[in-house]
Design a binder for this molecule. Structure first.
Ligand SMILES: *Cc1c(COP(=O)(O)O)cnc(C)c1O
Length: 456
């Protein structure tokens, strides 16, 4: 097979800091063993998140200069609205400062207290906004998604039987909407098939239920459909994305992912009624409906990035780079979530550290150890991220993962080699990795700011 290089050349460079083990030891202790609390200057290769960490193109930077900073009616809003209409197929858009701003608005608009929201696995901020609006979240993803070694081409799919059972149990009128994420972040960046989207749409139509999308990584999802689903090999990712979105009533978008910007998000929808409500709320929480908490230049960059992210060559390298890292780990026998998803490689901390129980926070401990060994920053996606239930008990998620998230257009494949070496080194020394315990735990979204100590 012919090798593929990055489909861009580098015009601006940002030097990386190298650190000693002693410096990293001090840094991780000061951070309470939480990689979120590390200063970025000690992180040699920063794979904490792909959120807002993309490198912008020369075209995006050029558009930053022509951003219209008018308080109302800026032409930069028109550019974004035209991009959403052309590439996503929705007539209306309401910008927000980032994805959770859009989640906040739509949760308030669509949810009546006591209602239910089914979705394909949860996402941290999404579920919290649904719960704060008075809803109960229900995970209706297929069982394979909870098994890190189960091979399935579309592990993000909704289980229609689970969704049907929920509708029968609570009644369609008590379901605020179905929230379908493409791809599914917490399942390992796993995609949803077009057939599944169509089937969910049909079921929602049968019961007059609104179908919303968390479209944060829709471009990556489109690439998997092109690669894996019958009948899509000859369609462009841009065409596939538009077809996917044609089945939804609206979406929330975190522009920090598949719009290739450092900040931004939006709601898009077909309903004028929802648009009116969103405009009423956005002025309270974000800003005027034509800027929603963003500068004109941010709207410009998002409009351009939204299109660039749908490019076939960009996506082939993007997904290829994630897979390139994943394959090196698989070849070395390191347990990872398979198949490799769209934006990250997920280490399976249960199998990596079988000597630790889930109460010993194995994924958190592994993320801390990887940083100490190499300066590579990753993130816990396990019991710490899952938080506590209404009774105050830990939620025990089936997946106990460390996420190596690849920023878009930032690192080269050579950086991926360095990351692979570091993880493999940790795997060789896995028996010496000990567990952690909480010493500080905030009440909501605890993974961001919790602090830990090593267990004796
Ligand atoms: C990042 C993310 C969000 C929230 O978006 P922010 O821009 O970080 O507020 C919502 N859903 C998914 C799947 C995400 O990955």
């Amino acid at each position: 097979m012919r090798r593929m290089a990055e489909p861009y050349r580098i015009k601006t460079v940002e030097p990386l800091q190298m650190t000693t083990r002693e410096e990293r030891q001090k840094a991780i202790e000061e951070a309470g063993y939480n990689t979120f609390l590390l200063p970025s200057k000690v992180c040699y290769i920063d794979l904490l998140t792909d959120s807002g960490t993309s490198a912008m193109s020369d075209r995006q930077w050029a558009h930053m200069m022509i951003g219209d900073e008018a308080y109302a009616g800026a032409k930069s809003f028109d550019l974004l609205q035209e991009a959403v209409q052309e590439h996503y197929g929705f007539p209306y858009v309401v910008p927000t400062h980032q994805g959770r701003g859009a989640e906040h608005l739509i949760s308030r608009i669509l949810i009546k207290p006591g209602q239910h929201v089914p979705g394909n696995m949860y996402f941290t901020t999404t579920r919290l906004h649904q719960e704060m609006a008075g809803a109960t979240f229900h995970d209706v993803i297929i069982d394979e998604a909870h098994d890190p070694s189960a091979e399935h081409p579309f592990k993000g799919n909704i289980d229609l039987d689970k969704l049907r059972a929920l509708i029968a149990e609570v009644g369609a009128e008590n379901i605020a909407y179905v929230n379908l994420a493409v791809t599914v972040n917490l399942a390992g960046g796993q995609p949803v098939s077009m057939a599944n989207i169509e089937a969910v749409r049909a079921l929602c139509d049968e019961h007059a239920i609104i179908l919303w999308s968390d479209a944060t990584r829709l471009a990556e999802n489109a690439y998997f459909i092109q690669e894996r689903e019958e009948g899509y090999a000859d369609k462009s990712c841009a065409q596939i994305a538009k077809e996917m979105l044609s089945h939804f009533d609206g979406l929330t978008m975190s522009g920090k992912k598949d719009c290739l910007v450092n900040i931004g998000g939006f709601l898009a929808m077909r309903s004028e009624d929802i648009l009116l409500k969103a405009r009423e709320l956005v002025v309270v929480f974000e800003g005027m409906p034509t800027y929603g908490g963003l500068a004109g230049r941010d709207l410009e960059a998002m409009a351009i990035g939204l299109e660039e992210a749908l490019d076939d060559n960009y996506l082939a390298h993007r997904i290829g780079q994630v897979r390139y890292l994943g394959q090196q780990l698989i070849d070395a026998g390191v347990p990872v979530v398979e198949p490799i998803g769209g934006h990250a490689v997920f280490l399976d901390a249960r199998r990596f550290l079988p000597h630790l129980s889930q109460d010993e926070l194995p994924a958190q401990a592994l993320a801390a150890q990887l940083f100490l060994e190499s300066g590579v920053r990753s993130m816990e996606r396990g019991i710490v991220s899952a938080g506590r239930d209404e009774q105050g008990n830990h939620r025990y998620p089936a997946l106990e993962l460390v996420r190596l998230t690849i920023p878009r257009r930032v690192y080269t494949d050579r950086h991926m080699d360095v990351v692979a070496d570091a993880v493999i080194e940790c795997f060789k020394n896995r028996d010496s990795i000990t567990g952690l315990k909480f010493v500080y735990e905030p009440s909501a979204l605890r993974f961001f700011t919790s602090r830990f100590e090593k267990l004796a």
